[in-house]
Design a protein around this ligand. Structure first.
Ligand SMILES: *Cc1c(COP(=O)(O)O)cnc(C)c1O
Length: 384
């Protein structure tokens, strides 16, 4: 059987959530689970996030899924609602919404939820420099006044454009604008206005600016949110392992090319393994010739010297990908491995090693994209 598999480790998720809470001990945590929990599957990860104060989603459909799975704490719709009808649905399912433009403000003021409704809490979005969603300076003050008069509770929010790069000059400006607005609203509108600034990268890079709510996403899944530290340096554990199996073994003679476009040409006789994974599963076609996968071979003691690590009776070998990634398979160079390589040997595309952030760098993208764009084909399982 073809065995492309996405394995979710709930303990890693909980560990990463605890790491976020340790870094932001005074803030509540809105754990971001949009895009099917960054490709991990909302149903699989929600039980591991019980210690979050709420979950953040990008669409009402995602909010509904979380409610149907029994999530009874806060849900934040980070793009807010898209119509007056959807505002009513948000009320029906007790969701808190971002309000980022005038139509959303109108829908909210025309249909004020009851005093015990979570929808009474709104996330008022102030544009501090990202220049996508949000009100400008004057509009934010005006919207805050109107919402407060209509008995809404306010969380002032904004989103960083460059938090992954601690030294980027826009960070200081966004922080300053946010800080000034929050102080102004506290003074002129209500002492109770709360603040929420940080995504994962902000949470890691700007410990002085966590405010009332932090909104970690990518770090919960064990990928590094910042450019100057790896996931393991941040003590984050990958919540996903993406794996397949060797489906056939072959040998390529000197001068012969492998795969579509004949991109890679053997400069010596090369033993290859065909692995049943491809871009049809979500493995990126764009990876370069430096990309590796990890082949796990049942250990025989004499093999273990050549390997990088050995655990639970398996020896793991990093092997380079050769030639183009196809829809259903890739070819890897196993010349350095024992000749008697069992056909069912497991191949890890990303997980502990290689890390998804490494593969992303080799494919010219970011871990977020690789995680989110896995296809429906791989089987989904969890470690416990
Ligand atoms: C997705 C999202 C986050 C989480 O971002 P990460 O970089 O994954 O931590 C935080 N806030 C908002 C508004 C978002 O849309």
């Amino acid at each position: 059987m073809r065995t492309a598999t996405v394995t979710i480790d709930p303990l890693a998720l909980t560990h990463n959530l605890m790491q976020a809470k340790r870094l932001a001990p005074k803030s509540k945590v809105l754990a971001m689970v949009k895009a099917n929990a960054y490709g991990h599957g909302v149903a699989m990860i929600l039980p591991a996030l019980q210690q979050a104060d709420g979950v953040g989603v990008a669409s009402f459909t995602e909010a509904l899924e979380a409610r149907q799975l029994g999530w009874d704490k806060a849900i934040g719709l980070v793009e807010g609602v898209f119509s007056a009808d959807e505002w009513q649905q948000a009320i029906d399912y007790d969701c808190s919404c971002v309000i980022h433009h005038q139509p959303q403000l109108d829908w909210a003021l025309a249909n004020i939820p009851s005093s015990d409704s979570a929808t009474r809490i709104v996330w008022l979005k102030y544009n501090t420099g990202m220049n996508r969603l949000g009100f400008d300076y004057q509009q934010t003050i005006e919207a805050a006044k109107q919402l407060h008069q209509a008995a809404f509770q306010l969380i002032l929010t904004t989103h960083f454009a460059n938090a992954d790069d601690r030294k980027h000059p826009l960070n200081a400006l966004q922080i300053q604008r946010f800080d000034e607005m929050l102080a102004l609203l506290k003074k002129t509108v209500s002492e109770d206005v709360q603040g929420s600034l940080c995504n994962s990268a902000g949470l890691v890079n700007f410990p002085e600016h966590h405010y009332d709510w932090v909104r970690p996403g990518i770090m919960l899944y064990g990928s590094s949110p910042v450019i100057d530290k790896s996931a393991s340096e941040l003590n984050l554990k990958p919540a996903m392992e993406f794996s397949a199996q060797i489906m056939a073994l072959s040998t390529v003679n000197t001068g012969e090319a492998i795969g579509y476009g004949s991109r890679w040409i053997a400069d010596k006789p090369t033993r290859t393994a065909l692995v049943s994974i491809g871009y049809g599963d979500g493995y990126p076609r764009a990876v370069n010739d430096e990309t590796h996968v990890c082949v796990l071979v049942k250990s025989k003691t004499e093999d273990s010297e050549k390997s990088n690590q050995s655990d639970q009776g398996y020896t793991s070998y990093l092997c380079p990908v050769r030639g183009r990634v196809a829809m259903d398979m890739i070819v890897v160079d196993v010349s350095a491995l024992p000749e008697a390589l069992p056909l069912d040997s497991k191949v890890v595309l990303w997980g502990n090693a290689p890390h998804v952030d490494d593969v992303a760098a080799q494919a010219g993208t970011i871990g977020y994209e690789l995680l989110c764009r896995l296809s429906a084909r791989p089987a989904r399982v969890q470690t416990i």
